[in-house]
Write a protein that binds this ligand. Structure first.
Ligand code: ATP
Length: 931
């Protein structure tokens, strides 16, 4: 088989391409054949720039500034004959490198998994069935279906194109969409037609902006046109979050501060008679202590693990910086259908000629019947009803499928369960079911007519029309859509069995009826038709879509998702405004908004046409109060986002269609639907909802807040620890005391025992009132809300207590410096390990259960064991300059190391009281979690 890109597929007729690739233009490939080809041709992927090999990740750990300083210190130790010190420093550097490597590799793995999750899907025919498969599994010969909003998943020769338009700027630089055809391009074999003119081909990576089509895959992966230039595009850098950037800046400032302090400490030490080498090493260790080198790595890990938690809650983060923005969201603008509601439609009412019919049955099962005032109705005898069902059935692209599963009971009797499903738009699926219910016992429906033209539904026009050619050769136009849209194009009405002009009174009556149905939270569609005289095949539908005959209405229910109501009330508590944006009727939207607790007795409803007449500033003013936007089209969304942003809001906006992409891009957090969303929307979005569910957005916001809080927690822990260490040394030198900590001890605390608890804080559980706080300000400083003060005050207390323990021990036995230093060392470690529990709460250590975070408990235990090891293991004592501790020492250590956290805890309780959330309330809120 020849799938070489050199082959000029555009010069071959569609049928020849199909033959050449041994495919089938209707059934596609068989699954077996596709597997075989996949093994032969490989995955349909562009080769990525080589991932960093693991050894390079390991080597990178030793490339930073801090390690350089330590290496110099090691060298100096070595040349001064301090071999033990030199070896120990090297060992500590290596242990630190291994810890950093493990963290980074873990973060890298979770981000890679995320990339794979977000990869695109393709609609393909296999074994004659339509299937959604990951685009990477496409093979040459596959029959692929394209729709507006899709990204073309491989290079393909088109074999059907219905107003298909593709924007190929990724390949040709030309941003005006190209109209595609299936016609063969006649060309001499030696002449190369430019890509932009190869109109019967679709190229991987380009975007379908309109129409539908299908094609046979002719090249995949690096064999595609985009594959040829892929190496030029493989340069995208992983974006850093604003917080990561700010932390990097902060790191630079800390380096300067550290160097200054080091100089002061060294100078003071030498002045008080300490020897130069010891002071140099102490200075280096202090500099290492002051620079929070581990911070950026732990931030990355916290972000990556947070992102993993979001995936478990069905939210896929596409752009890492949005994790931070999520916690700042102050408005969530959500689509109605499918996000707030279940998108499981059932047509329950049909109305025409002032007569209402109720339709029985539920879900997509086509078993059901029509009733009028409790009496069964024969559809075949009611011309208008039959016509409505005909339009519902024919002006429709959805398919109804049935799966059967058989089970046997204990007696061996078989039972078959049928499971009905809709492939396509659920609104159209519901209409298919409605039509099928009408056909029960009325089989002679006009199946013979053939569709010749289609103007698909679009949310701007709010209508869909098809032209059909009957067996008698007569063309007719069938239209369905929003009642106002269909009425606007109708001049007649089928009323009580007669064709009548659509008078103002009748028009009014139809509109009134629409409102009445909408008031019951029904989604209302209107139906109309027209016989076309003198229609030529291929004539565009919009030229004939007028003077229609209106027939009637259908109303369908779409129940709200159960988890939406608690999620909205959670948003309310969290100071986040929820806004519904829908193309549906104002009254339907309002009725559903009430059902899900969105209106709460206040809040305006604004319609698209009212919005059109408003200036930007008027809209901005209204936007604060509006909770429901009805009958809007996608462009309105962009204006709504801008209006809210101009009021200082951080806006999360959902969308699914191509036209939603600009609003999604402009919003602070663009959210795309994973199931119904188009590729274009997903690519513009920051967040993709795997289940299209509103509650998932709220879960993501909650996780976003939690991730940010956790980052603050370990920043607080690490910096307070560093401040403590620096102050011990600083004051000791200024006061002319002996060195309270030896350099190796400082290194050990910083590079080994601090890391694990900090990591564990990165995966800490949220505080109970995370969703009771107002959204944080986007430009908020990481040290705000008292964090800076907490770091300095706790650091001061830790430093002071360590120095006190040192001084008291030394006073008792002035000749045993090693003993006093060991007490100071253990006090410092213990004070930090106790303080880590304080960092879990913004109030005080007493506000949280100490054992809640199992990782933290284990991290603290392991750090403790490590410290006990260097204190009590004989061979380590000379290395770490430690000695055994007695009972009295431990009593002193426990009291002094506990004081900083205890004092701060009492202070916290006195100033903050208890957090607002209580357990009971919180557990009821848990119901929003989809898992
Ligand atoms: P959203 O998804 O934004 O919450 P929506 O799904 O209700 O809103 P649209 O899909 O834009 O909004 O539908 C707007 C109106 O268009 C509907 O109220 C309905 O009357 C009509 N409509 C919806 N789907 C179709 C369709 N497939 N064919 C014809 N008309 C339709």
């Amino acid at each position: 088989m020849d799938t070489q890109p050199i082959r000029k597929w555009y010069t071959l007729a569609a049928a020849d391409v199909t033959d050449a690739l041994h495919s089938d233009a209707a059934q596609g490939l068989t699954q077996q054949e596709a597997e075989r080809r996949l093994a032969k041709h490989g995955a349909n992927q562009l080769a990525e720039t080589k991932r960093k090999p693991l050894y390079a990740v390991f080597v990178d750990q030793f490339k930073d500034f801090m390690v350089l300083i330590l290496f110099i210190a090691t060298l100096i130790s070595y040349f001064l004959g301090e071999y033990l010190d030199a070896i120990t420093i090297i060992a500590i550097i290596i242990i630190n490198g291994i810890l950093g490597f493990i963290q980074e590799a873990k973060a890298e793995r979770s981000l890679q998994a995320l990339k794979e999750l977000a990869s695109p899907m393709a609609r393909v025919m296999r074994d004659g069935h339509l299937a959604m498969i990951p685009a990477s599994r496409l093979v040459p010969g596959d029959l692929v279906l394209l729709e507006s909003g899709d990204r073309v998943p491989a290079d393909m020769r088109l074999i059907a194109a219905n107003r298909l338009e593709i924007e190929e700027s990724a390949l040709t630089g030309e941003s005006v969409p190209v109209g595609k055809t299936v016609k063969t391009i006649e060309q001499a074999m030696d002449v190369q037609v430019p890509l932009g003119d190869q109109k019967n081909l679709g190229f991987m990576g380009t975007m379908v902006t309109g129409g539908t089509g299908n094609g046979i895959v002719v090249a995949t992966g690096m064999g595609t046109e985009i594959g040829k230039i892929a190496h030029l595009m493989n340069t995208a850098e992983e974006a850093e979050t604003p917080l990561q950037m700010r932390l990097e800046q902060m790191g630079k400032i800390l380096v300067v501060v550290a160097v200054l302090l080091t100089v002061v400490v060294i100078a003071a030490g030498v002045w008080h008679g300490h020897d130069l080498f010891t002071m140099f090493l102490a200075g280096v260790s202090l500099a290492v202590a002051a620079i929070p080198e581990g911070l950026p790595a732990i931030v990355t890990v916290a972000l990556a693990l947070g992102v993993q938690r979001m995936i478990r809650r069905n939210a896929i983060v596409r752009k890492l910086p949005s994790v931070e923005t999520l916690g700042c969201a102050s408005v969530i603008c959500s689509d109605k259908t499918g996000t707030l509601t279940q998108n499981k439609m059932t047509a329950t009412h049909v109305w025409h000629s002032d007569t209402m019919y109720e339709v029985s049955g539920s879900g997509y099962d086509p078993e059901g019947a029509f009733h009028h005032q409790g009496k069964a109705v024969s559809v075949g005898r009611d011309g208008a009803l039959s016509q409505i069902l005909r339009i519902a059935e024919r002006c429709n692209n959805a398919r109804l499928t049935c799966e059967e599963s058989s089970t046997r009971n204990m007696l061996g009797l078989g039972k078959t369960t049928r499971f009905w499903q809709v492939i396509g738009d659920p609104t159209e699926g519901a209409l298919k079911v409605l039509a099928a219910k009408g056909q029960n016992g009325n089989k002679n429906n006009n199946q013979q007519s053939m569709r010749v033209e289609e103007l698909p539904f679009d949310s701007e026009r709010k209508m869909m029309s098809v032209v059909e050619k009957g067996t008698d050769g007569i063309y007719s136009l069938l239209t369905k859509g929003a009642a106002e849209a269909v009425l606007a194009r109708s001049t007649h009405i089928l009323w009580k069995g007669e064709l009548q002009p659509l008078s103002a009174t009748l028009r009014h009556q139809v509109l009134e009826q629409t409102e009445r149905m909408a008031g019951k939270a029904l989604r209302v569609l209107a139906f109309a038709y027209k016989t076309l005289q003198g229609y030529r095949a291929g004539q565009p539908i919009n030229t004939v879509e007028s003077n229609l005959v209106f027939v009637g209405l259908a109303g369908m229910i779409d129940p709200p998702r159960e988890e939406v109501r608690p999620a909205i009330s959670l948003c309310h508590q969290a100071g986040i405004k929820t806004v519904m944006i829908t193309g549906d009727h104002k009254v339907t939207a309002e009725a559903i908004a009430r059902q899900i607790g969105l209106m709460r007795g206040y809040g305006e409803v604004l319609e698209g046409r009212e919005l059109d007449s408003m200036s930007e500033s008027e809209l901005a003013e209204h936007a604060e109060r509006v909770t429901v936007y009805a009958r809007v089209s996608p462009e309105h969304k962009l204006r709504i986002v801008r209006a809210l942003q101009s009021r200082g809001h951080v806006v999360a906006m959902t969308g699914d269609g191509v036209n939603d992409a600009p609003a999604i891009k402009t919003s602070d957090i663009g959210i795309a639907m994973g199931i119904t969303g188009t590729d274009v929307t997903k690519e513009a979005a920051d967040l993709v909802l795997r289940d299209d569910n509103f509650a998932t957005i709220v879960a993501a916001v909650e996780e976003g807040r939690n991730i940010y809080d956790n980052i603050r927690k370990f920043i607080r822990y690490l910096l307070a620890s560093n401040v403590g260490e620096i102050l011990v040394m600083f004051f000791a030198m200024i006061l002319g005391m002996p060195l309270p900590l030896v350099p190796i001890q400082i290194l050990w605390v910083n590079l080994v025992t601090d890391g694990l608890p900090a990591m564990a804080l990165g995966v800490d559980q949220a505080e109970k009132d995370t969703m009771y706080q107002h959204p944080r300000n986007k430009s908020e400083n990481i040290f705000s809300r008292g964090l800076g003060w907490k770091i300095v005050s706790r650091g001061f207390l830790i430093g002071a207590m360590t120095l006190l323990a040192f001084w008291l021990t030394l006073r008792e036995n002035p000749n045993d410096l090693v003993h006093a230093q060991t007490v100071a060392f253990v006090t410092l470690v213990m004070a930090q390990l106790i303080h880590v529990f304080d960092c879990r709460s913004q109030y005080s250590v007493f506000h949280r259960n100490v054992f809640e975070n199992k990782y933290l408990v284990w991290a603290v235990i392991s750090s403790l064991v490590l410290v006990l090891g260097v204190v009590y293991i004989d061979v380590l004592q000379p290395i770490f300059k430690t000695t055994d501790l007695n009972f009295r020492d431990w009593a002193l250590i426990l009291v002094t190391s506990g004081i900083p956290t205890f004092v701060a805890g009492i202070g916290g309780v006195l100033t903050s009281g208890r957090p607002r959330a209580n357990k009971q309330k919180r557990s009821s809120m848990r119901t929003v979690r989809p898992d």
